[in-house]
Design a protein around this ligand. Structure first.
Ligand SMILES: Nc1ncnc2c1ncn2[C@@H]1O[C@H](COP(=O)(O)OP(=O)(O)OP(=O)(O)O)[C@@H](O)[C@H]1O
Ligand SMILES: O=P(O)(O)OC[C@H]1O[C@H](OP(=O)(O)OP(=O)(O)O)[C@H](O)[C@@H]1O
Ligand SMILES: O=C(O)c1cccnc1
Ligand SMILES: [Mg+2]
Length: 592
């Protein structure tokens, strides 16, 4: 690949990054545009997200060459055989929910729309393609030079929706060659995004809605692109903030942070802090270290002095949001008392400390013991906010450890989750696939030894049937293929209050009659032959939609252990069509 040119970026607007877990980061979104130059390079510009403005991918690697080689060879062959313009329908969907769960959060749609909208080959990219194909016909390069998405339409489920296996997340309609060329990039954009969003949603459910969940995974993420995607989609799925500064600058995600052990261990003695003073709101100077030592004496506790010095140094830098990492030497014997002494000193001169971070040991026990100490000191000195000091926990947290902490009881206010959130250690990939379901108006099927892998042929629509209690009951797929007559298509559309027969795609005896109270059409036209239909929603609105959606799904579908599968069914018409196409596509074996 060509060397990238040096980055040429407009300076991001100043962000409000702060050292505390509550003060950091504004919620304001700074949309960034990433323009592609002749070689792959990153040039970020402010983007007006208008309908007229050309929208671009969020990441400079997202170009038509971010694909598998076979897409290009297939496109060449389709063009050579004059099949490139045949009208087609492709479905993008997954077959199994991740993490042993029974739900998935759909994410990545904005990036899909941006990529499809911007689809074109630059001259440099055309040169690459020419070099990749032996004896490449110049006519193919001419064909690619004029190729764009002006004949492509996308129908999609809203980003942030809770979704289920086999329901197309995106339906792509357009000429065969370009739809085929989109496959790999679209899958790359949806698979990781949805996996991370689902992982974040599961961690969010474990943490509970009244607690704060932060994503601290940048250092362990799968490279810079994986890290940016992870921060974006962890936020979409329910994280309240990230430690990733660039994700704040690009996506407007609130940025949060505390400090590391190295900050504490970098101090050895009081000599390392020649200036121990701090000014109060009136500008009067006080010696913060002496004041903290006075409180330690009153409390009759001996602690590690170098740790106290580090805390004083940090507190005089951030007196308004002082939060200390307390487990460097001895959490309850030194870290928490040192924090308390500095917090009391700050309080004396009008500043309110924020809390502590625990990063090792038994987080249930340590959080409860720390809370007790805060309550006792608060009572002794009649300081109300002391009992409510924020307790942040980190250290290899995951869904299971959080659920275990909930069972044991804890006093944690903020769960900071890194590795397990951004790498999806419990399951490293989602298996979204992209399959041709209709060509030239005719349904197409892909057979498999595994029934579950057989594709559902034909153009389909999807509806969510909502029950009396307000919970989704079932997703129903209807047949809306080009060869299905208009009345049949209309007759399949489920109506509230009417009985609807819903069939399992492969097991004839599994059928249910549903009378929905409400019906939601799941697919919307989001990209219409080259044009964006509606402005792209803001990331924080997608996040709010996702969190709201989760409150409507029945708890037994969401729970971590033995969740109930959610039903996805077919209308009689779609069922018949599936089985007709299946029968006619299968060879009848002969035995002698
Ligand atoms: N009460 C608890 N219940 C269940 N899991 C816990 C509890 N407290 C901590 N954990 C988890 O147990 C693991 C402890 O890891 P480990 O023993 O490697 O670290 P540590 O000894 O506490 O700290 P370190 O080695 O980083 O100083 C972490 O994954 C942590 O999230
Ligand atoms: O554990 P995670 O969920 O990935 O969360 C992020 C971790 O990264 C930081 O330290 P790091 O692990 O780099 O070093 P430390 O544990 O030795 O402090 C932090 O203190 C957390 O422990
Ligand atoms: O701000 C923190 O405390 C932090 C950030 C990233 C990783 N670990 C900790
Ligand atoms: Mg660690």
């Amino acid at each position: 690949m060509s060397q990238s040119t040096p980055t040429k970026r407009k300076k991001p607007e100043s962000n409000n990054a702060s050292a505390s877990t509550t003060n950091g980061g504004s919620h304001q979104l700074h949309s960034r545009e990433l323009k592609r130059a002749t070689t792959v390079s990153y040039i970020y510009e402010d983007e007006e997200n208008t309908m007229e403005g050309k929208i671009k991918p969020l990441n400079g690697f997202v170009t038509p060459l971010l694909t598998d080689m076979y897409q290009i060879t297939m496109a060449y062959s389709l063009w050579k055989n004059n099949r490139h313009d045949i009208p087609t329908v492709f479905d993008l969907y997954f077959r199994k929910n991740p993490f042993g769960g029974e739900f998935t959060v759909f994410a990545g749609l904005e990036e899909v729309i941006r990529f499809v909208s911007d689809f074109h080959y630059t001259e440099a990219e055309l040169n690459h393609v020419r070099e990749l194909i032996p004896d490449c016909d110049p006519g193919f390069i001419e064909y690619l030079r004029q190729l764009d998405s002006s004949d492509v339409s996308l129908y999609a489920i809203k980003e942030g929706s809770v979704v289920f296996p086999r329901v197309p997340l995106v339906r792509v309609e357009g000429p065969l060659a370009i739809c085929q060329l989109l496959e790999t990039t679209l899958l790359c954009l949806v698979n990781f995004a949805s996996l991370i969003a689902t992982n974040a949603a599961r961690h969010r459910l474990a943490v509970g809605k009244d607690k704060i969940m932060l994503e601290f995974g940048l250092r362990r993420a799968q490279g810079p692109d994986g890290a940016m995607s992870a921060s974006r989609y962890a936020y979409l799925g329910g994280a309240d903030g990230t430690s990733n500064v660039l994700a704040h600058c690009f996506f407007g995600i609130p940025v949060k942070g505390t400090h590391a052990h190295s900050f504490v261990t970098s101090y050895h003695s009081t000599d390392d802090l020649p200036d121990q003073t701090i000014k109060d709101a009136n500008g009067k100077s006080h010696n913060l270290l002496d004041m903290a030592l006075k409180y330690l004496k009153e409390l009759d506790i001996k602690t590690v002095t170098s740790e106290l010095v580090a805390f004083v140094a940090y507190a005089r830098t951030f007196p308004k949001g002082f939060l200390a990492l307390v487990d460097t030497y001895d959490t309850l014997g030194s870290g928490v008392p040192n924090f308390i002494s500095v917090a009391l000193a700050l309080n004396e001169i009008g500043y309110q400390a924020l809390g502590i971070r625990l990063d090792s040991g038994d987080l249930s026990y340590l959080s409860k013991e720390s809370r007790k100490m805060f309550q006792q000191v608060g009572q002794r000195y009649s300081i109300d906010f002391f009992a409510k000091m924020q307790i942040v926990a980190s250290n290899d947290l995951n869904e299971n450890t959080i659920l275990a902490l909930n069972r044991q009881g804890h006093e944690i206010d903020v769960f900071a989750i890194g590795t397990n959130l951004v790498t999806c250690q419990a399951q490293p990939a989602l298996g979204c696939v992209y399959k041709l379901v209709e060509i030239n108006g005719l349904p197409r099927i892909k057979l498999s030894q595994e029934t579950n892998k057989v594709t559902l042929p034909g153009r389909k629509d999807a509806y969510r049937l909502i029950g009396e209690a307000g919970h989704p009951l079932i997703d129903l797929l209807t047949y809306s293929g080009a060869n299905c007559d208009k009345k049949k298509i209309a007759d399949q559309v489920p109506q509230p209050g009417q009985k609807i027969l819903c069939l399992h795609p492969f097991e004839e005896q599994k059928r249910v009659i549903v009378t929905p109270s409400k019906v939601q059409k799941l697919h919307q036209l989001v990209f219409d032959k080259g044009s964006l239909v509606d402005p792209l929603p803001r990331l924080e609105d997608i996040r709010s939609f996702c969190l709201e959606q989760l409150t409507h799904i029945r708890e037994d579908h969401l729970r971590a252990s033995n969740p109930t599968p959610y039903k996805v069914s077919l209308t009689q018409e779609l069922y018949d069509q599936l089985h007709d196409v299946w029968m006619s596509s299968r060879l009848v074996k002969e035995m002698k």
